[in-house]
Ligand binder design. Structure first.
Ligand code: ATP
Ligand SMILES: Cc1cn([C@H]2C[C@H](O)[C@@H](COP(=O)(O)O)O2)c(=O)[nH]c1=O
Length: 217
């Protein structure tokens, strides 16, 4: 095992099952004696959760400028890396994160139409070469994912956040951008068909994880 911990991210559109499967991945690693830090973006620390609230709040009348949104995402990421992710990796813990920079390429790039070159410039500035070791991209048709999301919102009695209120074309563009990104980095990003029942999805996901972890040991 290398001295530095491993960095695993879960990605995908709204409602595909990232949070549900993050618990599975983290539990699976912990049963193998690995220290796991569970986190999410935007968020993960006290300060970055405050930025998350700013990004997700649907009730502020003033529209959020697309560039301001992009910069807030990366401001949160810089803080998250400095105060949580890098220290965890340095002490040998494994970090399992619900969304990271692939989400920026998908939402701000695909969804909002910001040029990938501008996102890449911020990625290089903020991450200084740090990339996830493995990204599990949960992929499924947008409308079926929306039904899952709606079911969860009704179950929790929750309101849609600022992103969840976007139109269908936005989410289709997010999905395409994720799949394009996966095609450009197949050694890092594993695409998991998330449209099946939970047991089947979890079986697929653990199969990928097991293969990758075995290769790292
Ligand atoms: N394979 C599955 N089959 C059916 N329902 C599922 C499956 N995976 C997750 N769910 C359910 O779908 C809903 C959304 O799952 P979850 O909250 O994990 O998605 P998410 O990708 O984290 O969503 P968000 O993008 O909003 O954070 C939850 O109610 C969850 O129980
Ligand atoms: C990291 C990141 C996230 N977003 C968006 C995507 C989601 O709509 C929300 C986060 O909420 P969720 O509970 O994870 O669904 O933030 C984004 O637009 N850009 C990013 O880089």
């Amino acid at each position: 095992m290398s001295q530095r911990g491993r960095f695993i991210t879960l990605e995908g559109g709204e409602g595909v099952g990232k949070s549900t499967n993050l618990a599975l991945v983290a539990d699976w690693l912990e049963t193998r004696g690995i220290e796991v830090v569970r986190t999410r973006e935007p968020g993960g620390t006290a300060r970055t959760e405050a930025i998350r609230d700013l990004l997700l709040d649907p009730d502020v009348a003033e529209p959020l400028d697309d560039d301001a949104e992009l910069l807030l995402v990366f401001a949160a990421r810089a803080q998250h890396l400095a105060s949580k992710i890098r220290p965890a990796l340095a002490r040998g813990a494994w970090v399992v994160c619900d969304r990271f920079t692939d989400a920026t390429f998908a939402y701000q790039g695909g969804g909002r139409g910001i040029a990938a070159s501008r996102i890449s410039a911020l990625e290089a500035f903020v991450q200084q070469g740090l990339q996830p070791d493995l990204t599990l991209l949960l992929d499924m048709p947008m409308q079926a994912a929306q039904r899952r999301l709606q079911g969860r919102l009704e179950h929790n009695g929750a309101q849609r956040d600022r992103f969840e209120r976007e139109r269908g074309e936005f989410f289709e563009a997010v999905r395409r951008a994720y799949l394009d990104r996966a095609a450009s980095a197949p050694e890092r990003i594993a695409v998991i068909d998330a449209s099946a029942d939970l047991a089947t999805v979890q079986h697929r996901l653990l199969a990928h994880l097991e293969t990758r972890v075995a290769a790292w040991r």
